[in-house]
Design a protein around this ligand. Structure first.
Ligand SMILES: O=C(O)CCC(=O)C(=O)O
Length: 252
């Protein structure tokens, strides 16, 4: 994929980047025009199959996406905090899927976007396995969650009715998602069960969960006092909205 195509795509989906005033200065390095900064992926070293792109969407793109979600009317009442869609997804969700696919494809050709030297870890592609990336559709199920301060989600492994390869986009409030080993694993021991790996999800970030991270680790968000600590500080909580994209297994 040409980078110009990628730039056009994300602009069409989520509007202009807030850094567009810098366009002329940045001529020749197109990716900066899309994100403001080059998208960088982080691997969470303790967990295979977990990749985080903090600067997936600029603040303007986040606002556009949030407006599209709110327009669905799912969260008009605070007692409604979750919505699911299967099959035909809203246009904005399909655009989001396309942007995710294009970003991963682009990143695979740009070793500088990774902060690790090897792109293959135990046979698992560093960002997202290519056999998942090339499936059609990439995603056909979405969950939108709207969490008020203090609200989160209990530790779980996503249901087996969903294929491997899950994407989580965070909006509005930062949070810490904790990963802990899933018990049914052969090599499980008690020490591992209590070990929780914190992952800091900022607004506009994209988290990809595949392989071990999807099947051998539970994830949770505990927003009760004392659990949302990052860099030694309790995170100031606001409403947090997230979009989770998955693909149903074919037999469904
Ligand atoms: O809100 C999130 O970031 C994750 C949501 C999630 O894990 C789920 O809905 O199964």
């Amino acid at each position: 994929m040409e980078m110009d195509d990628y730039k056009t795509l994300i602009h069409e989906a989520f509007g202009e980047s807030s850094e567009d005033s810098d366009d002329r200065q940045l001529e020749g390095s197109n990716i900066e025009l899309v994100f403001g900064e080059s998208p960088k992926w982080e691997r969470i070293s303790e967990i295979k199959g977990l990749s985080l792109c903090k600067d997936f969407l600029t603040p303007d793109q986040q606002s556009t996406l949030l407006a599209s979600i709110l327009q669905e009317g799912w969260f008009t009442d605070v007692s409604h905090n979750q919505a699911m869609r299967f099959g035909d997804l809203p246009v904005w969700a399909n655009e989001l899927s396309t942007c995710i696919r294009e970003l991963i494809q682009y990143s695979n050709y740009d070793p500088e976007s990774m902060d690790i030297s090897s792109c293959e870890i135990d046979g698992q592609d560093c960002i997202f396995p290519s056999k998942l990336l090339n499936r059609e559709p990439l995603f056909n199920q979405l969950i939108a969650n709207s969490y008020q301060p203090g609200e989160g989600i209990c530790a779980h492994v996503d249901l087996m009715r969903f294929e491997d390869g899950i994407a989580v986009i965070s909006l509005e409030s930062s949070c810490v998602m904790h990963f802990s080993r899933f018990k049914n694993e052969v090599a499980f021991n008690e020490k591992q069960s209590v070990l929780k790996i914190p992952v800091y999800l900022t607004p506009g970030s994209l988290l990809l969960i595949s392989g071990e991270a999807r099947y051998q680790w539970k994830h949770e968000i505990n927003r009760k006092p004392g659990f949302q600590i990052w860099d030694g500080q309790e995170i100031v909580q606001k409403r947090r909205t997230s979009i989770t994209l998955r693909k149903l297994c074919n037999s469904e």
